[in-house]
Write a protein that binds this ligand. Structure first.
Ligand code: PHE
Length: 448
């Protein structure tokens, strides 16, 4: 195992920006608005925030404890903390999840780059609603264009990961995340001036619990995991690069708050826009690709807004893709004699093969299904609905029941006089509450 010279995030702001970089992604800008749209607006938001507080924060802290204490990748961290046991299988499942998520995530990141390019070229205007739908279907089903973009985004990620933790990941996050926040704030400010701003905000912020179905609770929990990059060792890997002086509880709370804020701000951009131009927010996954271009073209300075929006989506997505690549690369790099660069290249090659099949799910292979799902949908289902919750379940059990409480206390180092009460409460959450909730989601995904 190569453990010498693993690298560290060099500053506290670097820690926050890199961790926010993995958490904030397609999950916030693309997935969150459309599931809020499908699940009745404000009431769903309330449930989601509860889930972030009660499951998200404890879960993130648990991964941080494992990562920072062991200073190792997703697999070796468990080998160090629980030698000669089978706990490191959680890590294998995480590395596998990372690999499988990349298989479809990279395809969607490729789409964002295509849309950004088309927006810059001024080609995203002057079409009818149906035409925008057709343009998307034709592009996504094209035999090689989506693949070219996918390979490009994987190579960008490889380049960053090959440069290491502080020279690659931290540096790019320090540049891209502030740009991201700038764009999102400009776009939210613009939202307030749209004709249906009030209607959009009401839809998002006024809860109407009579429209909430019980499954929404489970969907909210699933979204919590996906959006926080939780349950697959991604946060273990990142926190293994945290220095001793980083406060884990504080960082977790900050990252979860920022992640929630970005999801809400994205919805604040999308709903007023969609309502203002006579569209519906219930469009599903194609909302941002099929519906939004039509909304933007009706706005003053439409081309500018579409360039900004797809740049926003691309930045969010590429920093998450980089973190996925880092999880798998760190494991391979630290267990072989390969360099970081070679390890990252090999992973990119393997992911690209997976991506070919995922992308063809919109073209040649669109009628080939397993359990009623295309290959693309299957990758999404197996990871987001099975591997992440199962991973989260076992990490919670591991930290709650197995890990020495002194390790938890040392890592949390909370100076408050009532700290022991906090730690006690925290361990109870990990032992009972978190696993019970995850178990419920898991049962639902399998039976539903
Ligand atoms: N959290 C990322 C998003 O919201 C997705 C992700 C999941 C990234 C798991 C890494 C690990 O898009």
């Amino acid at each position: 195992m190569k453990t010498e010279n693993r690298g560290n995030f060099s500053s506290k702001i670097g820690v926050i920006l890199a961790t926010v970089g993995t958490a904030v992604g397609l999950g916030n800008v693309w997935r969150f608005p459309y599931i809020v749209g499908e699940n009745g607006g404000g009431a769903f938001l309330v449930i989601y925030i509860l889930s972030l507080l009660l499951l998200g924060i404890p879960g993130v802290i648990a991964e941080f404890i494992v990562g920072r204490h062991s200073h190792a990748n997703a697999v070796d961290s468990f080998k160090k903390l629980a030698p000669k046991t089978k706990w490191h299988w959680i890590g294998y499942s995480g590395v596998l999840a990372g690999f499988l998520i990349m298989g479809y995530y990279a395809v969607v990141v490729g789409w964002t780059l295509e849309y950004l390019t088309q927006a810059i070229l001024g080609n995203l205007s002057g079409m009818s609603v149906e035409q925008y739908g057709q343009v998307f279907d034709q592009f996504a089903g094209h035999p090689y264009w989506p693949l070219v973009w996918m390979v490009i985004v994987m190579l960008i990620s490889t380049f960053v990961v090959a440069r290491g933790v502080s020279g690659g990941i931290e540096k790019i996050s320090n540049v891209l995340m502030p740009v991201f926040f700038l764009i999102i704030l400009v776009m939210v400010a613009n939202s307030f001036f749209l004709p249906a701003a009030g209607q959009g905000m009401k839809y998002l912020f006024l809860p109407n619990f009579s429209e909430l179905e019980p499954v929404a609770i489970l969907i909210a929990i699933g979204q919590t995991f996906f959006s926080l990059s939780l349950g697959m060792g991604c946060l273990i890997t990142y926190s293994s690069y945290f220095k001793k002086d980083v406060s884990l509880a504080k960082t977790a709370t900050q990252v979860v708050s920022i992640d929630a804020m970005v999801a809400i701000l994205s919805a604040m951009i999308i709903f007023p826009a969609v309502f203002s131009f006579g569209m519906q927010p219930t469009e599903g996954p194609s909302l941002v690709f099929k519906v939004l271009p039509n909304v933007f073209q009706q706005m003053p300075l439409g081309t500018l807004w579409s360039i900004l929006f797809y740049a926003l989506l691309f930045i969010a997505a590429i920093t998450s893709l980089i973190s996925l690549l880092e999880v798998v690369t760190a494991y391979i790099y630290e267990n072989t004699s390969l360099t970081r660069r070679k390890a990252a290249f090999i992973v990119t090659g393997m992911v690209s093969v997976l991506g070919v099949f995922a992308s063809m799910s919109f073209g040649l292979l669109q009628d080939v299904t397993l359990f009623g799902k295309t290959f693309f949908d299957l990758l999404d289902f197996v990871t987001a609905s099975i591997l992440l919750p199962v991973g989260g379940f076992f990490i919670s059990i591991f930290v709650g029941w197995f890990l020495d409480k002194r390790i938890i206390a040392t890592e949390l180092r909370i100076k408050h006089p009532k700290a022991h009460l906090f730690i006690k409460g925290y361990i109870y959450m990990l032992r009972f509450f978190v696993p019970a909730c995850i178990f419920a989601v898991f049962l639902y995904s399998l039976l539903g």
